[in-house]
Design a binder for this molecule. Structure first.
Ligand code: GBH
Length: 465
């Protein structure tokens, strides 16, 4: 069934970025170093030795970027706040010059009628906190709560929505297990401790934001759900194990108030989870005004026989010796998926988005949902006259918006959709080699040029009744 892409009144059409990926100004006005500054300077960690030192220079070009958003008709902008710009040492003294940047950004958005949606943690942990142990230690969650109170007091009168964490799965498993993300540690037990302290940070942070905000902003968290397909004998067991690690390790404590028993059992040889203290689960389970969902593709898993050459298409196994799947790494393998694929090698599967939204709304019936990221990297070509025609990205977005529309038709309480990303930007381990933007950025001149996909999105928003 095909739909005219008409959405309910008030549906939020937005776009998203993250601080380290777009801001630049790495040492501007008192910003301290983050784990991504350190990691990107470590030889061999990021493609081409790229760093976020300049990125899109959004820190200095934010006003014209906001004008561009207004021209596209965006109803909301999801950005992240750089913790080391606000509290350079991670704890203690507040850098008002850093905080002021976000205050001006929020005012600039509101002046243009664009809702500010602020994420407090999109992976840029202040380096001094990593030096003190990072996410595997409890103090980092406590520091996050202090930071959240500072942000709530400064911006909680004007921000529409606060999101505590973006994709804690990546922070924990890629940062401390697989090692492909900062800080690049490959310690399976530490990855599980990081899972818990990120969950705790979410709970403490949400409570601190609520207490310190003078208005009544919505509170949320954004998770990257793995939409899993099983293959081969024992497919269900493979899916169950990865679902526990990837999805239920976060939704369990955050939304049900407990860790899944099978997760604890599957990982018992790696960790006894004794870092979970009495009372933690009650702190983690905070009412959420909206649950943020990031979706890019599906993943296929099967039980591994331990002998045949191991398949891995998950892009998370490449780093030296690390694993993103503590306790299940030697049991489950990721299977090559048929195309079409994006430039990241991720398969294109819009029906996975409909399925995910339906499953979440069945599991959490009263919980409003938001697609906080969806989008695709393709190898864009700039034509001689400077235009970027990106029909593959238009097609990807159109099909995923239709998939969201299908979920709405089936009764899902979906409030909006943010395209990842507004701008081509620093794509983590891939540096500037992968472009997700609907707006092209020339990394020599830093000039912006809306791609066809940006114009398609503008027209989609304009055409809504
Ligand atoms: C997001 O991460 C980030 O929030 C954003 O900063 C980033 O730029 C953007 O997406 C694009 O990468 O290999 O089968 O295990 C997305 C991270 C992408 C992690 C897909 C898991 C593959 C599933 N995820 N991914 S699988």
């Amino acid at each position: 069934m095909t739909h005219p892409l008409v959405f309910p009144p008030g549906f939020v059409f937005g776009s998203a970025t993250a601080a380290y990926q777009v801001e630049g100004g790495a040492t501007d006005a008192g910003r301290g170093p983050s784990i991504w500054d350190t990691f990107s300077r470590t030889p061999g960690k990021v493609w081409n030795g790229d760093t976020g030192d300049v990125a899109c220079d959004h820190l200095h070009r934010w006003e014209s970027d906001l004008d561009l958003m207004a021209e596209l008709g965006l109803r909301a902008y999801r950005f992240s706040i750089s913790w080391p710009r606000v509290i350079p040492d991670g704890r203690g003294a507040v850098n008002n010059a850093g905080l002021d940047f976000y205050s001006r950004l929020v005012d600039g958005l509101r002046a243009r009628g664009i809702r500010p949606v602020a994420t407090l943690y999109h992976w840029d942990l202040p380096q001094p906190l990593e030096d003190a142990g990072g996410w595997p230690v409890r103090e980092t969650a406590e520091a996050f709560a202090e930071y959240a109170a500072v942000v709530g007091a400064a911006l909680g009168d004007r921000v529409d929505t606060f999101t505590t964490l973006n994709e804690p799965w990546c922070s924990a498993y890629l940062g401390y297990g697989q090692g492909g993300h900062a800080p690049g540690r490959t310690e399976p037990a530490a990855a599980l401790a990081a899972v818990h302290h990120l969950n705790l940070a979410h709970g403490l942070g949400a409570a601190a934001l609520r207490a310190s905000s003078t208005a009544d902003p919505d509170l949320s968290v954004t998770l990257n759900f793995h939409v899993l397909r099983g293959a081969g004998d024992g497919a269900d067991e493979a899916v169950r194990r990865i679902d526990a690690l990837a999805n239920r390790a976060f939704t369990g404590p955050m939304l049900h108030g407990e860790y899944p028993a099978d997760l604890l059992a599957d990982t018992s040889a790696v960790s006894d989870w004794s870092f979970v203290r009495p009372g933690d689960l009650a702190l983690i389970r905070q009412p959420l005004d909206v649950l943020g969902v990031n979706y890019y593709s599906t993943a296929t898993v099967r039980l591994w026989d331990g002998a045949s050459p191991r398949q891995s298409n998950d892009g998370h196994k490449a780093a030296a010796g690390g694993t993103a799947w503590p306790g299940s790494d030697a049991i489950v393998e990721f299977v090559e998926q048929p195309g079409p694929h994006t430039a990241m090698g991720w398969n294109i599967a819009p029906e996975g988005l409909t399925e995910l939204l339906l499953a979440l709304s069945a599991e959490f019936p009263a919980q409003p949902l938001m697609v906080t990221e969806n989008g695709a990297a393709f190898d864009d070509v700039v034509s001689p006259d400077g235009r970027v025609d990106d029909p593959l990205r238009v097609d990807y977005l159109a099909r995923h918006f239709a998939a969201a529309r299908d979920a709405l038709d089936a009764g899902v309480d979906l409030r909006g959709y943010y395209v990842w990303s507004l701008l081509d930007n620093f794509e983590w381990g891939y540096g500037y080699a992968k472009r997700f933007g609907i707006v092209h950025v020339d990394f020599e001149t830093l000039a912006r040029a809306p791609k066809s996909s940006a114009l398609w999105y503008r027209d989609l928003i304009r055409s809504q009744p």
